[in-house]
Design a protein around this ligand. Structure first.
Ligand SMILES: Cc1cc2nc3c(=O)[nH]c(=O)nc-3n(C[C@H](O)[C@H](O)[C@H](O)COP(=O)(O)OP(=O)(O)OC[C@H]3O[C@@H](n4cnc5c(N)ncnc54)[C@H](O)[C@@H]3O)c2cc1C
Length: 453
């Protein structure tokens, strides 16, 4: 008899678990209350990166005179932009749905919760359905955190999900929070021509990143006229006659036309009736999991943002895949455990930022000996051809063995280029493996080989 797998939540974690488990012979039902593809497609990765791409094209147009083009100040067509976001989402949603159904996954549109250890109840528009399961995967994601000192109104005080697009393009946006999401919004709206103020609670934007990498981004923000309010924690937002006033704990006030909250997320675990199956959550509401993504109840798995691991779409999808392999018994054969420390991540700003593996600061904190080699894009022919020599490639390796331990890239296409270092980190390749690769000339990837030298 085939394994009955019921998955609640159809974001990257849920839909990867579904397709892969079905491919491996499972009888799979996927319960999704909104859109297959999940928040990742509806509100997070896809709309944000689509809007950033338009902002990037606009700032490129402004720089184009350096490449021999007549300079033009491109206008943003808000209507066309919104339509473009919708079209891309629609295409992705259609292709994911087709893939799932082609693998025999049953998709139910409705809200799921646990009724018992092996039972899921789904409320749909037409009624209630009960599903029996051998294995349950919980992948309900997360939503923006709203602090008790402010109430987003969807007009002037926005959460990230109210900003794709905002109700009107802000003249002056105050972004609260300088983590990955915050800095991406700063970049997006400043490239559309808005004035932007960033409230930074510490002394560095991207407080968890390499100081040199964060410094490169700060320099670019300052060059673009972004105001950085450092060492300030927002404690309240007041609506004013023509906008907002963001009050900070040190008495400073940031005024603008709109405010945007980028202060993290909370898991969608309440409403799942986890207690009906004895599934434990931690104090923040996440479902703790082991290396196979099993919760404290062995046949109930949690994946994606709900599991409290790295909140990345790529990680969620990989967890879904690994769960499918575990459920279908593949882990007994050749199977690589998910190593969160080797996850590549990127920040889609300008310059783009990407990193993977060991960070320089962590190596120093651990007292670990490392070799750090670096190459600025200013020395790359392709970067000069692109008229964008900002940034650098940095590679960390083990001085005794030459094995690549990590790396950071700041510059154009960093999110694509990091794949080479990510592969090296995952497969324990050596710097000489990168140096000996015959790469295309002229390309930005040559800087990787130069940095590895
Ligand atoms: C602004 C922003 C930009 C981001 N950009 C990136 C990026 O560029 N790259 C990247 O890797 N990550 C990015 N992320 C993170 C990424 O969006 C998340 O890590 C990812 O969406 C997590 O996937 P998931 O499968 O856990 O959940 P989600 O994508 O949140 O999907 C969960 C699904 O579960 C459904 N659901 C919830 N409860 C129920 C229920 N009871 N019954 C049925 N269905 C339910 C929801 O409707 C949703 O569709 C971004 C995040 C934000 C906030």
């Amino acid at each position: 008899m085939s394994v009955r797998v019921v998955i609640v939540g159809g974001g990257p974690a849920g839909n990867q678990a579904a397709t892969h488990a079905a491919r491996l012979g499972g009888e799979v039902t996927l319960v999704e209350r909104e859109i297959v593809g999940g928040a990742a497609h509806l509100w997070d990765c896809i709309p944000s990166k689509t809007m950033i791409a338009t902002g990037g094209a606009r700032s490129f147009a402004a720089r184009a005179h350096a490449m021999g083009l007549f300079p033009r100040e491109a206008e943003v067509d808000g209507v066309a932009l919104v339509q473009r976001v919708a079209e891309i989402e629609e295409r992705i949603n259609r292709s994911i749905t087709e893939l799932l159904t082609s693998q025999g996954v049953r998709i139910i549109k409705g809200t799921g919760r646990l009724k018992g250890p092996r039972e899921v109840v789904v409320e749909t528009e037409t009624g209630v359905e009960e599903l029996a399961a051998d294995t349950i995967v919980l992948s309900t994601g997360s939503r923006p955190r709203i602090p008790d000192w402010c109430e987003p109104d969807g007009e002037r005080v926005l959460t990230t999900r109210q900003a794709y697009p905002p109700p009107e393009f802000p003249e002056h946006l105050v972004v609260i929070g300088s983590g990955v999401t915050g800095v991406e919004f700063v970049h997006m709206f400043s490239s559309f021509g808005a004035e932007v103020t960033l409230v930074v609670s510490r002394q560095q934007v991207l407080p968890l990143k390499d100081a040199e990498v964060a410094g490169a981004l700060e320099d670019d923000f300052i060059r673009r006229g972004v105001a950085l309010l450092k060492g300030a924690r927002a404690v309240g937002i007041d609506r004013t006659a023509d906008g907002v006033a963001v009050r900070c704990d040190d008495g400073r006030v940031a005024r603008g036309s709109h405010a945007l909250l980028c202060i993290g997320s909370v898991p969608n675990s309440e409403g799942l009736s986890l207690e009906a199956a004895g599934v434990e959550v931690d104090d923040a509401g996440y479902v703790p999991v082991n290396q196979h993504c099993q919760s404290n109840v062995a046949h109930i798995y949690a994946a994606g943002d709900l599991s409290g691991k790295l909140p990345l779409s790529s990680v969620a999808a990989m967890q879904g895949r690994k769960i499918a392999e575990h459920v279908m018994g593949l882990h007994t054969r050749e199977h690589r455990h998910l190593d969160y420390e080797k996850a590549a991540s990127a920040i889609f700003t300008e310059p783009e930022i990407a990193d993977v593996g060991l960070a320089e600061a962590d190596a120093f904190a651990l007292g670990r000996k490392i070799r750090v080699t670096k190459m600025p894009f200013a020395a790359s022919a392709k970067a000069l051809i692109n008229s964008d020599p900002r940034g650098f490639v940095k590679i960390l390796s083990d001085p005794a063995t030459g094995v690549v331990l990590g790396g950071s890239i700041v510059g154009r296409h960093a999110a694509e280029l990091i794949s080479v270092i990510a592969l090296a980190v995952t497969c324990n390749l050596k710097v000489t493996d990168i140096v000996d690769s015959l790469l295309v000339h002229p390309t930005l990837s040559e800087a990787l080989a130069d940095a590895a030298e």
